[in-house]
Design a protein around this ligand. Structure first.
Ligand SMILES: NC(=O)c1ccc[n+]([C@@H]2O[C@H](COP(=O)([O-])OP(=O)(O)OC[C@H]3O[C@@H](n4cnc5c(N)ncnc54)[C@H](O)[C@@H]3O)[C@@H](O)[C@H]2O)c1
Length: 420
């Protein structure tokens, strides 16, 4: 009887908020419901602001931000892995105050207009990159757009390092060989790969992730660094210079760092090239057939940035023509598809866009995305300090009263913490 009453109360609550309902079942503190024809998990169903989260997120700290901001949170449970615009619009319905969306979704004119019409005032991407978001479309409609910088850096750099080592030392090929039962005994010529120690690592894009990766390769493998970025990274250069001095002081071969004027110089010189630039019109197909041909025949190319930075069909042709050339890819041009032939190249290590997939990072991303939406809906100013970790690590009772990262704050004239 009591259960039936609870279910009835929950159903009427869903009806109150969404104007539609089909079914509901209590599950812990969350409940399952069908809202606007889409299955969702509802948290804090009495919250006065409706926030839609298009995919389940790890951890629970993110939810605390939204609940503390008096939000009712609906997490989409639609079975499609990549939601269509039609499904997202259906989910937004006629009243939606804020959204946390995914990099697989196309946040442009259509969705921002639907969000505006539903009274939406905040959007956050669950990612640091936001090439899936047409920020000017949000800005035109007065909608702040958040992203999640600062918590992906080391995790993403570690995966790029893992891909580098796996490709250089042929780890995946050797694993497949073992599992197939082909190993009949040690041989001097079995799966011979490349030594990285004291070679040259090249970085295209020496921002947060590029610099973290560079340090891993320089410190871990004593590689020299050559990089191309329109802007110099003086901190990184100074760090490597000092590290080189330490090595020299200890009587070891020092390491060197050099920023070059063109990416072609990186391609010609480096034994390993790792891409860490953001994707925009200037970086689409940055690596093409002509540039691949400039690289060393036995180089390693790593991409944990965005798939379209590489002309993937050209890469497949290059891998086939140059069996000693190797690559490690976390991202693909037409994700989730791969260009024909890539899966058949034994000299390619391929993983399904998992560079940020450590628990600390993925729950940190959720926390920042939720803090962006909660902060905007609470009317807080925008955090404009580099250190974003207080949002992720401080006790909830003392987290900053701010939206951690709003990419169009300036265009929208939002108040910053410093002037608040
Ligand atoms: N695979 C993943 O899961 C994953 C995870 C996190 C980030 N990323 C990608 O990595 C990118 C970098 O992230 P970040 O946090 O280091 O960003 P960031 O802004 O700190 O660094 C990007 C750097 O690229 C440089 N750059 C821009 N255009 C360039 C060009 N034409 N050539 C060379 N360099 C150029 C910028 O000057 C900047 O220094 C993101 O934009 C995102 O797309 C991917």
């Amino acid at each position: 009887m009591a259960l039936a009453r609870a279910l009835l109360a929950a159903v009427s609550s869903v009806a109150r908020h969404s104007g539609s309902k089909i079914s509901i079942a209590q599950r812990g503190l969350a409940s399952s419901a069908i809202v606007n024809g889409v299955p969702v998990e509802v948290h804090n169903d009495s919250g006065s602001k409706r926030v839609v989260v298009t995919k389940s997120l790890p951890g629970d700290r993110w939810l605390q931000y939204l609940v503390n901001a008096d939000c009712r949170v609906e997490v989409c449970k639609h079975p499609d892995i990549i939601l269509s615009n039609a499904t997202i619009k259906q989910l937004l319905g006629t009243k939606c105050d804020g959204v946390i969306g995914q990099l697989t979704e196309d946040w442009g004119e259509e969705l921002f207009e639907a969000l505006r019409q539903a009274g939406g005032k905040a959007y956050s991407n669950y990612a640091v990159g936001y090439n899936n978001v047409k920020v000017h479309e949000a800005t035109q409609r007065g909608i702040p757009v958040g992203n999640t910088p600062g918590v992906l850096t080391e995790t993403t750099a570690e995966l790029a390092a893992a891909l580098t080592l796996a490709a250089a030392r042929r780890v995946v090929e050797a694993d497949v060989f073992m599992r197939a039962g082909h190993y009949k005994g040690w041989l001097p010529t079995l799966f011979v790969g490349q030594l990285l120690q004291n070679k040259t690592v090249g970085i295209i894009g020496a921002g947060r992730i590029g610099a973290a990766y560079a340090r891993m390769m320089v410190e871990g493998h004593k590689m020299n660094l050559v990089y191309y970025d329109p802007y110099p990274n003086k901190q990184l250069e100074e760090y490597i210079r000092l590290y080189g001095e330490l090595l020299r002081h200890r009587g070891e071969p020092p390491v060197a760092v050099r920023r070059v004027e063109t990416m072609e110089e990186v391609l010609q010189e480096a034994d390993v090239v790792s891409l860490h630039c953001n994707l925009d019109a200037s970086t689409r197909h940055l690596i093409n057939a002509k540039r691949l041909a400039m690289m060393k025949k036995d180089a390693v190319l790593v991409n944990a940035a965005r798939g379209p930075c590489i002309d993937e069909a050209a890469l497949v042709a290059h891998l086939k023509a140059n069996p000693d050339f190797r690559c490690g890819l976390d991202v693909f041009e037409d994700e989730p598809a791969m260009k024909p032939g890539l899966a058949d190249c034994p000299n390619a290590v391929i993983v399904p866009h998992i560079a940020s997939a450590s628990m600390w990072t993925r729950s940190g991303m959720a926390t920042l995305a939720a803090a962006n939406v909660a902060g905007v809906l609470s009317g807080y100013p925008v955090w404009n300090k580099v250190d974003i970790l207080p949002f992720v690590e401080k006790p909830m009772s003392s987290v900053p009263q701010a939206a951690p990262s709003i990419v169009n704050a300036k265009e929208l004239g939002l108040k910053l913490v410093a002037d608040a």
